[in-house]
Write a protein that binds this ligand. Structure first.
Ligand SMILES: NC(=O)c1ccc[n+]([C@@H]2O[C@H](COP(=O)([O-])OP(=O)(O)OC[C@H]3O[C@@H](n4cnc5c(N)ncnc54)[C@H](O)[C@@H]3O)[C@@H](O)[C@H]2O)c1
Length: 410
């Protein structure tokens, strides 16, 4: 089977490479010429296992191009992993997907049936709308195009591990239990090293499921932070023991139930806001999702309040903040709570230095101008406080040098 993967970004490239590693014949398309050149030169982002995987599949059936040329017409399964940026109303824009599908269905394919599977995150209802566009635009085509939706549940920093060990394979189908659906499930199963649960449903159900899962996880994080805020008001209470105990209840579970700086990144905040926007549009109150967002947004300010209080509201202190990305070990700084905390402390007059070799180049434009970049050979003596903002163990060479009372792990 020849498979096309359209969009070779943070998710598309690992998917294309894994498909190729599992002996599928893969054509990768990305309209960004420099991305194609980088892939051809073996230069990719700092994602664990990605460079090695690219090297490994070099000799396999993996071809890349920046053009929608006739090669795509040899494919009978197409995965689309294009950006779906959030709009001002927090819903996702599916314009790139629609344009790309219009281009696909206008081509003369070698097979009579082509399955198109959207992997990008889209709004509930988008796939059905796209189906109508397909039906209209391909009315005269000799090829029938069926639409599917199979979003990814991966975290940056563990993309390949997550793709190879999914909890479930979620598939939205134009018709539940379709033959094309069987084909896609079988292909996706070849990627898994485990035995994932297979969840097949309508296109719209799968679209809701995808954002509901992320919204639920963010709710859990904000709940943990709310309990943390509450516990901090009682001298004797310890938020960590409280949440550990709550998490040991099997109905709840310990994952994502730790008090911290809150959530950020390219998926959690926007998926949670999107479900709220979608609910509002159809007349359903989105109180839970809205509260989750509100609790999250206030976390950097709450942490800054604690730090101000620690120094009796005297801001003439030197603070070193370790970790700038949205989570430990990642270079991605989108919606980073750590950067928000650095800027908040800076705006209160603290002298802030930051350290994060992986993400500093991406973070620099988001940091207030007078924030300084810490060099590893500077020493740590001058700092009154060192904050580990992403709870990473990567900074142990620095944190091991400081007394416990000067260290704050968030
Ligand atoms: N990054 C994540 O953690 C994550 C997790 C789950 C879901 N998603 C979803 O997956 C989708 C893709 O995310 P990503 O992080 O891989 O995005 P990305 O921006 O890293 O990659 C998108 C790629 O598509 C290419 N592209 C843009 N327009 C194109 C076109 N018309 N034809 C071909 N290629 C085109 C870009 O050049 C880029 O390489 C989004 O909907 C996102 O919400 C992302």
């Amino acid at each position: 089977m020849k498979i096309a993967v359209i969009g070779l970004g943070k998710l598309g490239l690992p998917l294309a490479l894994l498909l190729s590693k599992r002996d599928h014949d893969v054509l990768g398309i990305d309209t960004n010429k420099s991305r194609i050149t980088s892939i051809e030169e073996g230069v990719v982002e700092n994602e664990p296992g990605l460079s090695a995987l690219l090297k490994e599949v070099e000799r396999k059936n993996f071809e890349v191009t920046n053009k929608f040329d006739t090669k795509i017409t040899e494919c009978d399964l197409i995965f689309l992993i294009l950006p779906t940026p959030s709009k001002i109303d927090h819903k996702f824009s599916s314009e790139l997907i629609k344009d790309s599908i219009l281009e696909i269905v206008s081509m003369k394919f070698k097979t009579s049936l082509v399955d198109i599977c959207i992997v990008s995150t889209v709004n509930p209802g988008d796939s059905r709308e796209i189906e109508k566009i397909i039906a209209k635009s391909s009315a005269k085509s000799e090829t029938k195009f069926n639409l599917y939706y199979s979003p990814e549940f991966i975290a940056l920093g563990t993309i390949i591990k997550n793709m190879e060990n999914p909890d479930s394979i979620l598939l939205g189908e134009h018709k539940v239990n379709s033959i094309g659906g069987d084909k896609i499930v079988n292909v996706l199963k070849t990627l898994a090293l485990n035995e994932p649960k297979i969840c097949r449903m309508s296109l719209t159900s799968a679209e809701i499921t995808k954002i509901a899962i992320n919204s639920y996880v963010t709710t859990k994080i904000s709940f943990a932070n709310f309990i943390g805020e509450l516990a901090d008001k009682f001298q004797e209470a310890d938020k960590f023991s409280i949440l550990q105990s709550i998490g040991s209840d099997s109905r709840i579970g310990e994952k994502y139930l730790r008090p911290g700086l809150g959530f950020g990144g390219p998926c959690f905040p926007r998926d949670n806001r999107a479900i709220a926007a979608m609910a509002k549009e159809v007349g359903v109150s989105a109180d839970i999702a809205i509260a989750t967002d509100k609790v999250n947004i206030r976390q950097p300010e709450i942490r800054a309040n604690e730090i101000s209080e620690r120094f009796n509201f005297q801001p003439n202190k030197n603070i070193l903040l370790l970790g700038l990305s949205y989570k430990s070990g990642s270079y991605v700084v989108e919606e980073s709570q750590a950067i928000m905390l650095a800027n908040e402390l800076n705006s209160r007059g603290f002298k802030i230095s930051v350290f994060d070799p992986i993400s500093i180049d991406f973070a620099i434009d988001k940091l207030d101008k007078n924030i300084e970049t810490y060099k590893i050979d500077e020493g740590v003596e001058k700092f009154d406080l060192i904050i580990n903002a992403v709870a990473s163990t990567d900074f142990e060479s620095i944190t091991s040098l400081i007394p416990q009372e000067k260290y704050l792990r968030l």
